[in-house]
Design a protein around this ligand. Structure first.
Ligand code: NAP
Length: 259
């Protein structure tokens, strides 16, 4: 399918690895030029070069922490006007409800709620002015179904979801859509880190921890970054202009619901 976005320009945050990289690659495959961000400059450059070589698109890199004011300012200055924004950042650490204090919540809110909101606030006016734009926020399945040990994520991402629900309807008249992609377990470094948490908590090996987590997924496997990226590219495409304020769950059927 021709996604109809060849020659457009996207900012993909936290995109040197994992789900962000999956989104960057799928957009590049559709002919989209990229501004790519992550903190670690080396992995970022390696990913950027791999994308240039494979898809023949322009990739500008900006190394920096997207959850900080200076990091965002640098990324936004390099990006200029973009047609497509993919927001993403690392997820908060796991723990217990009794562990978290105000500072932990502020950090989680900064990373997973206020950062995407700040990026949208900066880039939506340009999209509105040109009458076309796409925002895809990488959130989490925890928005639909809470994950106890990820209470910081459950809370911060629920806040972002509420913001998107209202804001997406305010920008839709201008040809701009905002939607959220909700990953269930995907095979990335983040999933490996969470596997390690299960290993530690239960005193089991990695294979058993993964098998246990996969048993809770009707597809009986973890998702891939490529599958996730393909969904992102579709949301960014010309074909998704009538999808507004949706929360798309990619979880292999793990969330058990009729609708
Ligand atoms: P990942 O494989 O660990 O990759 C994270 C990417 O983000 C890396 O490129 C990392 O590069 C970059 N990054 C992290 N913090 C950053 C920051 N502050 N500023 C800029 N770049 C940053 O993680 P993932 O699995 O793709 O997860 C992406 C998001 O989806 C996370 O918020 C995660 O919580 C959420 N999620 C993932 C899953 C899953 O199963 N994978 C499920 C639900 C939700 P640097 O470290 O070099 O910055």
């Amino acid at each position: 399918m021709d996604l109809g976005i060849r020659g457009k320009r996207a900012l993909v945050c936290a995109g040197s690895k994992g789900l962000g990289r999956g989104c960057a690659e799928a957009l590049a495959e559709a002919g989209v030029d990229l501004v790519l961000n992550a903190r670690g400059a080396e992995a970022l450059e390696t990913t950027a070069q791999a994308i240039r070589d494979r898809f023949n698109v322009a990739v500008t890199t900006v190394a920096g922490d997207i959850t900080t004011e200076p990091g965002r300012a640098e990324v936004l200055a390099a990006a200029g006007a973009v047609d497509i924004l993919v927001t993403n950042a690392g997820g908060p650490p796991p723990g217990m409800w009794s562990d978290w204090d105000r500072e932990d919540f502020i950090r989680a809110l900064d990373a997973n709620m206020l950062t995407p909101i700040a990026l949208m606030k900066a880039l939506l006016p340009g999209m509105i002015a040109q009458g076309w734009g796409r925002v895809i926020n990488i959130t989490s399945a925890s928005v639909r179904s809470p994950i106890g040990v990820l209470g910081l994520s459950n809370s911060a991402r629920a806040g972002l979801t509420g913001y998107v629900a209202g804001t997406s309807r305010q920008v839709a008249p201008h040809g701009v859509t905002i939607n959220n992609l909700l990953p269930g377990i995907h095979d990335t470094d983040r999933a490996t880190a969470l596997d390690s948490g299960v290993m530690q908590a239960q005193g089991i090996d990695r294979e058993t921890a993964r098998a246990q987590r996969m048993a809770g997924i009707p597809a009986r496997r973890y998702g891939t970054a490529a599958e996730f990226g393909a969904a992102c590219a579709f949301l960014a495409s010309q074909h998704a202009g009538f999808m507004v304020g949706q929360n798309i769950l990619l979880d292999g059927g793990a969330f058990n619901a009729t609708v």
